[in-house]
Design a binder for this molecule. Structure first.
Ligand code: SAH
Length: 371
């Protein structure tokens, strides 16, 4: 929308270039013209599609995962069930349906939805009305207490910074204006302080290398971990991303299921970046949580019994539905589709056994993902 492009240009003229993180925050969340402020981006007719929109098995298995953890943390009543960025509310709808298999859990849970978009809040409110959700704009507004938290494709929407290797030190990659008043990427001044933000194994990269860091995702992981040290609970974070920090920009714009130019029409396209799972895990561990994974989504869903769940659903389905059920789950699990690119990371209060799906052979349990 030209309105938001102009607004960003005016801000650059008044205050100077923006960091990529500040640009991303405006493009996604400007209250009038931000991408999430104005539309429902999900589904076939939208800009992208997510796992719960592809197969109900996804949310159902996560519901059983939560019910199991509720029992392991001593079945607290009440317990906060929190979802970050619930989209159309489909994951939570499937989760709650499966959680009804443990009626005491279903009765004990208080549902908190952390959602920035008014459009999506309204859709979530309708779809999940029976669970009487509370809406908050920020995780910090969730009250204290025992907690089970889930987030699918939330971390990738949090603003990232990009750093560029200059001649001797690193510089911030910024969004500036060219002489014709177009938004363009540029480089700020090199500084040794910026070099310190680059993960050590990448600091010696050749000039021109771009490295992304995710301070917002790391801060959120730290905040969740602090909650888990105050009260019993667990969090399940699923997203696409990398385990070992890798150079190169991953920030991308998507509209109508296709790649778009990042700067061309801010507010019109979704912006997201691969999640640095090592950074998220490190922040959570530093704040006192036990960390499991990241593990590939396909392995995680298989370990939770995806095949058995699929068979049960197929038993009462017609042939066309069976084909759709098979196709949906294959898409989530197949390593060539979403099974490998997407990862699941669990955070728990210290001292709990490994959550379902994350049990690893003892010989590997001491290993941590390299940074
Ligand atoms: N979890 C859903 C939707 C993923 S899209 C699914 O799997 O289908 C990202 C979601 O996060 C949307 O609901 C979006 O409005 C919300 N969101 C993005 N950034 C946010 C922020 N900073 N604060 C709160 N919600 C945010």
């Amino acid at each position: 929308m030209p309105g938001l492009k102009d607004k960003i240009a005016r801000r650059v003229r008044a205050e100077g270039p923006l960091s990529v993180a500040a640009f991303m925050a405006m493009a996604l969340h400007d209250p009038e013209a931000g991408y999430y402020a104005r539309r429902n981006p999900l589904g076939g007719a939208g800009d992208f599609i997510t796992a719960p929109e592809i197969s109900q098995v996804f949310g159902e298995l996560i519901g059983l995962w939560c019910a199991d953890l509720w029992q392991r943390i001593g079945h607290p009543d009440p317990v906060l069930l929190v979802e970050l960025g619930p989209g159309r509310g489909v994951l939570m709808q499937d989760l709650l349906r499966a959680a009804a298999a443990v009626p005491d859990f279903r009765r004990a849970l208080r549902l908190y939805l952390v959602e920035a978009s008014a459009v999506l809040r309204s859709e979530q409110g309708h779809r999940l009305a029976a669970a009487e959700p509370y809406f908050v704009a920020d995780f910090a507004d969730v009250p204290p207490g025992p907690i089970l938290l889930v987030a699918n494709e939330f971390l990738d929407a949090l603003p990232i910074r990009q750093l560029v290797r200059g001649r001797t030190e690193w510089a911030e990659r910024i969004v500036a204006l060219d002489p014709a008043d177009n938004l363009v990427f540029a480089e700020g001044p090199e500084s040794p302080w910026l070099s310190l933000l680059v993960p050590p194994p990448l600091r010696g990269s050749p000039p021109g290398t771009i490295v992304e860091i995710g301070p917002a995702a790391a801060a959120l992981a730290g905040a969740i971990a602090e909650r888990l040290t105050d009260a019993p609970g667990a969090a399940l974070l699923i997203d696409y991303g990398y385990i070992t920090v890798t150079p190169g920009p991953t920030l991308s714009a998507i509209t109508g299921h296709r790649r778009a130019d990042i700067l061309e029409a801010p507010g019109e396209a979704d912006l997201s970046a691969h999640v640095d799972f090592a950074g998220v895990a490190e922040a959570a561990r530093a704040a006192g949580a036990a960390v499991y994974g990241p593990m590939p989504q396909g392995s995680f869903l298989n370990a939770l019994g995806a095949a058995a769940r699929l068979d049960r659903l197929k038993a009462s389905a017609d042939p066309a539905q069976r084909t759709a059920l098979d196709g949906g789950l294959t898409r989530l699990i197949d390593p060539g589709e979403m099974g490998n690119l997407f990862k699941a990371l669990a955070l728990t209060s210290p001292g709990l056994p490994a959550p379902a799906g994350f049990a690893v052979p003892p010989s590997l349990s001491g290993q941590q993902p390299p940074r």
